[in-house]
Design a protein around this ligand. Structure first.
Ligand code: NAI
Length: 335
């Protein structure tokens, strides 16, 4: 299949070319994001492959269909950036990578916890300047603390297991509880109870219309004083302005983000020579107790290989070449 890959970086080319040795598709790598302005690049490509910040809205879907695209290959698990109804209406199949390395994201989330708690980001800078003072670097023992995990699917379950390994008490919230996390002593509670009891809250649920701004001003006001909040899922789960108020009042003691509501204007690019125009994001960066990474939770060798393998496997299966097609159906989303 002729496949146009959008938003590609050198590391995508490497992992896709390696994985393609098994599949033999014709790959064309494009650096720009897929948007209404760039969609013409996809003309004549049966397969179009996109990442999380590509803009696959109705306008783009119609332009893709007009240009002959028949399958949209998502290099991600999440599909909140795709106008599925439009794709369904124009007969474009949507396929995704349901799981690539839940370990990568869960381990990154715990990395944010450890860094924020022991202020490793500040210690690193201090020591390099010859400043060995410890004031301001005081942390707490994770052992015995209560960790609240919201969303106990693939990533949340692994994160909960890692937290339990540190000796934390794990509280969980999910409309579809899993037995697996009960095995290491976790307990399911209502959201308000989790907010009220957790010392650390980690978000591992998808962004949907129901979960948009799950963490708003009300949620923050129900949290324990000095709580640590970690979001490696999707930016829209958190009302950033409400969280900034929480940081200013001290209700939120520290914040670790790998995702941000308006990240598509910022992440995955080197903007170090430009002035950031997003004042909300810029405010976040002024807090010493906020750590932001640029959507790198997935970024391990294992995950990149799995993403490339499953994506090209979806294309092969679509052509009838065998293997499983990991389709996203409108019915499944509405269910
Ligand atoms: P998953 O589908 O395995 O699990 C999600 C869980 O959230 C399910 O158990 C579901 O029942 C639960 N859930 C749904 N609505 C909920 C609600 N209102 N309250 C509590 N729980 C709810 O998903 P997975 O693979 O564990 O991914 C979790 C998140 O991580 C997704 O948002 C995904 O987009 C994000 N992600 C982030 C990456 C990164 O690089 N930072 C990479 C991969 C995924």
């Amino acid at each position: 299949m002729r496949i146009a890959l959008f938003s590609t970086k050198p590391y995508d080319r490497t992992s896709f070319e390696e994985a393609n040795e098994e599949h033999g598709h014709e790959l064309h790598f494009f650096e720009p994001r897929l948007t209404p302005d760039t969609v013409q690049l996809a003309r004549g490509f049966e397969g179009v492959c996109v990442f999380v910040n590509d803009q696959v809205d109705g306008e783009v879907v119609h332009a893709l269909a007009d240009g002959g695209t028949r399958i949209l290959l998502l290099r991600s698990a999440g599909f909140n950036h795709v106008e599925l109804e439009a794709a369904d209406g124009r007969g474009i199949t949507v396929a995704r990578v349901p799981a690539y390395s839940p370990h990568a994201v869960a381990e990154h989330a715990m990395g944010l916890v450890l860094t924020l708690n022991r202020k490793l980001h500040r210690a690193y800078a201090r020591v390099r300047e010859g400043n060995f003072a410890l004031d301001g670097l005081l942390g707490f023992d994770l052992n015995g603390k209560t960790v609240g995990v919201i969303g106990t699917g693939r990533i949340g379950t692994i994160f909960a297991r890692i937290a339990a390994g540190f000796g934390c008490r794990v509280l969980a919230h999910d409309p579809y509880p899993s037995d697996e996390i009960l095995e290491f002593g976790a307990r399911y509670v209502e959201l308000d109870d989790l907010f009220g009891q957790a010392d650390i809250i980690a978000l591992h649920l998808p962004l949907t219309p129901n979960t948009h701004h799950l963490i708003d001003g009300d949620a923050v006001s129900g949290m324990k004083e000095g709580v640590m909040l970690i979001n490696t899922s999707r930016g829209g789960l958190v009302d950033t302005r409400a969280v900034i108020e929480g940081l200013k009042s001290g209700r939120i003691g520290s914040l670790g983000l790998d995702v941000y509501e308006e990240e598509e204007k910022l992440f995955f690019e080197d903007l170090s020579g430009t002035v950031i125009q997003d004042d909300v994001f810029a405010r976040l960066l002024t807090f010493p107790n906020v750590l932001v990474t640029g959507h790198q939770g997935f970024f391990t060798r294992e995950a990149l290989a799995a993403i490339a393998g499953t994506t090209l496997g979806n294309a092969t299966a679509f052509e009838g070449g065998g293997g499983e097609l990991h389709g996203v159906t409108l019915e499944a989303v509405k269910a």
